[in-house]
Design a protein around this ligand. Sequence first.
Ligand SMILES: [Fe+2]
Length: 440
Amino acid sequence: MTGLGAEQLRTHAAEHLLRARDRSVTLTDAVDDDDLVRQHSPLMSPLVWDLAHVGNQEELWLVRDVGRREPVRADIDELYDAFKHARSTRPTLPLLGPAEARGYVREVRDKVLDVLDTASFDGNRLTRHAFAFGMVAQHEQQHDETMLATHQLRVGAPVLQAPEPPAPRAPLAAREVLVPAGEFTMGTSTEPWALDNERPAHPSYTDAFVIDAGCVTYGEYLRFVEAGGYDQARWWSAAGWRHVREAGLTGPKYLTRDGDRWLRTRFGSVEPVREDEPVTHVCFYEAEAYAAWAGKRLPTETEWEKAARFDPATGRSRRYPWGDDDPGTEHANLGQRHLRAAPAGAYPAGASPLGVQQLIGDVWEWTASDFLPYPGFQVFPYAEYSQVFFGPDYKVLRGGSFGTDQVACRGTFRNWDYPIRRQIFAGFRCARDARPDEVA
Ligand SMILES: [Fe+2]
């Protein structure tokens, strides 16, 4: 993208904005108006809030800030400010109704495409490389993933359809991969649409470590459950044990026991659990406990990124595990093309140079790390994007899920959430320190 001329940038930005909107429309047209305004869980907004919020952010950044145009609806800014109203209280607000919200986002988008038509991309940092347009497309796609999670929480007949993800092409060559000790470049200073928390590029060191070539599967995870893992304090951190007792957790969210088998509710369908599918909807504490039971640990964020991006042959860090090309359908399970994670081995073309698979797509992967700024971090374009979240309350997740669009997923992309969250499309892989005989 760095080499694109103004006209190509215009086309590129428009494509991403249009793809995001297609998805928002699919997710909101799939249900009736009652469902759109209903709160399906106190963890989530009504879908109609997400829709108008996406339009409001687009208006703030692109119509008013970049376009210097008159506000479309300055009167609703406060209603759709995510920092002013917790998700649980949003249904009580005087929100735009479904027809009004749809009309609003269309009106904003028309103005934005007009702004884009004449925008110059060589001005300030907000417009260079069409950053603000990319940020808005990412924001909408992030809400599309949140809306997909709301669909998963929704009770009722299935309304979303998608083809099954690909079957494994070949068994994994190895279950674990050794990553050598040394420095690599973490983060980015050059990716045009990277967000502030991914910046700047900086050297980062790890000791030699071993990381799983694939994510932990339902079959593997349920062995921990069936071995009584949820009843044994020794596998859990103090905070994790307190949480698992208080919340009464007995296994991954959306799973129920049916005699000697496990059933899973997925977007309104009930089906037997697939043993080879990456476990999904586990919280950080559950991931951490499983890893302890398996004699391993979660990778740190630095280890995850090194496994994903470091190319030992050249010493440089790639944009993605497979190289510098944007994700294709052969590389990763992204973009809501499939409504579940794919089994290990389904995307060999997406492997990292060291042979770690499916780091991008399928499920967000919990890491052991708190969400912290990189050395040299600078707020851009506003403190509420990342800075207010830095600290020990949030754990970092990496790699994106089947619900994440490629515009909101890079080898450097960082997501964060509370360690108790399970409604997100999150799983994990394990790591461990390398043994002396492995590095000799
Ligand atoms: Fe938002």
